[in-house]
Design a protein around this ligand. Structure first.
Ligand SMILES: [Zn+2]
Ligand SMILES: [Zn+2]
Length: 394
């Protein structure tokens, strides 16, 4: 049935052309007139979906998937899949769409490389992390179905999507995850159930035989451990002060982790918290656990956060040039401290959470040659108000 080297039907040719020049309007118009399957091939055995993925064009990919494009279809001579092309484009959202549509992340090309390995090869680290952290929704939905003798499922149905979203997160900085939880309160409100499901998912990853995924197992353990810690703060808060708002729990947690140690900048408390988390990983025989412990107990150990990040998201090179949010580690944050311009934040929330640390450095940097004799007079307004606050509550 193949039309070998014959002319492609005009409509198919124009679809490929529109993708080639990233013309979405034209693409949408021709596709609307095109009847039948969208899984047709160009002369290289590539589908329209593969071309759109390679272009990193999210809208085109979405439209083709809506039209029933087969995400694993293709006759590319080097066995590249749509996900391989999406990975090469470096557009993580395109990869996420393809994965949601059932793209197999384990498929290898003719040189034995998976999509995420190809993304790593060309330096698309966020895409690598997106693919490696991907979990199909049904892995979580599984726990919302009554099993065996159960009278109720492990996870109420309304928590499937929030938990799925939480688990897919690529930034594993504890403050970023805490802020994420603040925006989806249902997970914290049902902390015990969520922790139980994460423990079960962790166990499941370790008992898949040949498909054992130690890294994902550790990630589930890590997420569960973090929720438990925040949940414990919440419990204490509820006991001591019934009027506390929910976001204060996140604030207590974030400020505890961001508090600098004696040297003024090392995050000793965060390090201790994360080391405890590694220590409590229940699968101590596995390679991943051994690697983390070896690294954490080495002579000049890296921060536990970077050890955990490397474990979950893979080693990355040349990262020094990328700016990070000082609060939550998010890459390429949108805002700078307007006073000193030397630190960056995602938004006001992140800046606010970090102010108790940054205020000293900020005043130092922004008060250009400040005479030392004046330093005592130069009391920071925020510090003063927090002192007043303490006077009232204390
Ligand atoms: Zn941030
Ligand atoms: Zn500043």
């Amino acid at each position: 049935m193949e039309t070998k080297n014959e002319e492609k039907p005009a409509a198919e040719r124009t679809i490929f052309d529109a993708i080639g020049v990233n013309d979405f309007i034209e693409f949408k118009n021709i596709l609307a007139q095109h009847k039948g399957t969208v899984d047709f091939f160009d002369e290289n055995g590539m589908t329209a979906l593969q071309h759109a993925a390679y272009k990193g064009n999210k809208d085109m990919v979405q439209l083709l998937l809506d039209r029933g494009a087969d995400v694993n279809s293709g006759k590319h001579e080097y066995n590249y899949t749509a996900l391989h092309f999406g990975a090469l484009s470096g557009n993580s959202e395109v990869c996420k769409l393809l994965l949601d549509a059932g793209a197999k992340s384990t498929t290898t090309n003719s040189v034995g490389r998976t999509a995420s390995q190809m993304a790593a090869f060309v330096g698309n680290h966020h895409t690598v992390a997106t693919i490696n952290n991907y979990v199909p929704r049904n892995e979580i939905a599984y726990f919302s179905v009554i099993q065996g003798q159960q009278t109720e499922p492990y996870l109420p149905g309304f928590l499937v999507d929030p938990l799925h979203k939480f688990v897919l997160g690529v930034n594993i900085h504890p403050v970023r995850l805490a802020l994420h939880l603040q925006h989806i309160p249902s997970l914290l409100e049902n902390a015990e159930k969520v922790i139980k499901v994460l423990e079960l998912m962790c166990k499941k990853e370790m008992t898949r035989g040949g498909d054992t995924n130690e890294v994902m197992a550790f990630k589930y353990h890590y997420l569960g451990y973090l929720i438990r810690e925040i949940h414990n703060i919440k419990d204490k808060k509820v006991n001591t002060d019934k009027d506390e708002k929910k976001h204060d729990v996140i604030e207590v947690f974030a400020k505890k982790l961001l508090k600098p140690g004696k040297d003024g900048f090392s995050l000793d408390l965060m390090d201790a918290f994360l080391k405890d988390c590694v220590r409590e990983f229940p699968y101590r025989e596995c390679t991943t656990f051994h690697q983390m412990v070896t690294s954490l107990t080495s002579k000049d150990p890296p921060p536990a956060l970077s050890v955990i990040n490397c474990t979950i998201n893979g080693q990355r090179g040349f990262v020094d040039a990328i700016p990070y949010c000082s609060t939550c580690g998010e890459e390429k944050p949108a805002k700078k401290c307007s006073k000193c311009k030397s630190v960056q934040y995602c938004d006001r929330e992140c800046q606010r959470l970090h102010w108790f640390v940054h205020k000293k450095a900020c005043n130092r940097e922004s008060s250009t040659p400040a005479p030392t004799s004046n330093s005592k007079v130069n009391i920071d307004a925020n510090e003063l108000s927090s002192q007043l606050q303490n006077l009232i509550t204390g």
